[in-house]
Design a protein around this ligand. Structure first.
Ligand code: AHR
Length: 307
């Protein structure tokens, strides 16, 4: 049950009695797989019973899952919203049922912030800015136009919106940077490859690819090699995430720079869940700590990466 206990040391209703309903976006990327594993392992370690639901990148599936968690009267609901908008109704249902909600990884754009207790995840705008800052520095001595193509994440998702905005803000200060094509690749390798193939056909002169995640960048590398060009040299590549395959490509010189986005949200999520179930105050926003990697840095840390 969700009744809070006062003065207890362990979880809300005694050790092991918390049930969490977790609605995951899907399994679209290496990042997502690592995130799912982190959530599942951390729940186990924290003695929290996890009801896990995979939405296959569809908002309607997430809404169904959340409604079903409400019906089952779980103690806490956590979810990673596939897109930012359209959550108010279902979140009100959870609130009316007095089930606390934690946003993990991605934000919602609801005006009413009492619909959730906290939001744990990365600062995606900052990630986009870091990608832009590397580019500005890398091309500081270049005066000609720099033609950029962009592979966006899932349309309407917080990371796609914010990584686009942060990047555009930084490079927008210098008119030589031109985004000549920008399209969604749905955060998947297959779509990244497909869209990059189309970009290459219609644009003979691409200098830089900015991909909103490693997987799309890795798909694009196949497209670039297929077109007889050398990724990392003929076309410079910046991606976000720093999953193992991405870091390998960075160490191999096929990617030029990766902005880290950590999927290891599980331990913090379980701590926050225990607190909100007990009715304790939690910060409204918990930002994930992360760094960036050059090719040299990737070579140094590759063997110790967990995911
Ligand atoms: O929300 C985080 C993003 O979702 C990751 O950067 C991407 O790889 C994943 O699919």
């Amino acid at each position: 049950g969700s009744a809070g206990s006062d003065g207890g040391d362990g979880s809300g209703g005694g050790d092991g009695s918390i049930t969490m309903g977790f609605s995951q976006v899907g399994a679209e990327s290496g990042w997502r797989t690592a995130n799912t594993k982190s959530v599942q392992e951390s729940a186990k370690a924290a003695g929290i019973t996890l009801k896990f639901s995979d939405a296959q990148q569809k908002q309607e599936n997430q809404i169904k899952a959340i409604r079903s968690f409400v019906q089952q009267r779980v103690d806490v609901i956590a979810f990673s919203p596939v897109v930012e908008s359209g959550w108010d109704t279902v979140l009100k249902e959870a609130k009316n049922a007095k089930i606390p909600v934690i946003l993990t990884d991605r934000a919602v754009d609801s005006k009413d912030t009492t619909l959730y207790k906290t939001f744990l995840g990365s600062d995606f705008i900052e990630e986009g800015k870091k990608a832009g800052q590397w580019l500005v520095e890398e091309y500081k001595d270049v005066t000609e136009t720099v033609n950029i193509v962009e592979l966006q994440g899932t349309t309407g998702s917080a990371p796609a919106n914010d990584r686009k905005a942060g990047f555009a803000e930084v490079i927008g200060a210098e008119p030589k940077f031109k985004i000549i094509a920008s399209q969604t690749g749905d955060f998947t390798r297959a779509k990244g490859k497909e869209v990059m193939e189309a970009f290459l056909k219609s644009n003979p002169d691409i200098d830089v690819l900015y991909a909103h995640n490693d997987d799309m960048g890795l798909g694009a590398i196949e497209a670039i090699e297929g077109a007889g060009k050398t990724p990392g040299q003929d076309i410079k590549i910046i991606t976000v995430d720093a999953v193992k395959d991405g870091m390998q490509a960075l160490a191999d010189g096929k990617i030029n720079f990766i902005v880290e986005c950590s999927p290891l949200l599980g331990p913090q999520l379980m701590d926050l869940a225990k607190k909100v179930v007990k009715g304790e105050q939690v910060p409204a926003r918990v930002v994930t700590e992360e760094t960036t990697f050059t090719q040299e840095q990737a070579k140094q840390v590759l063997s110790t990466r967990q995911y």
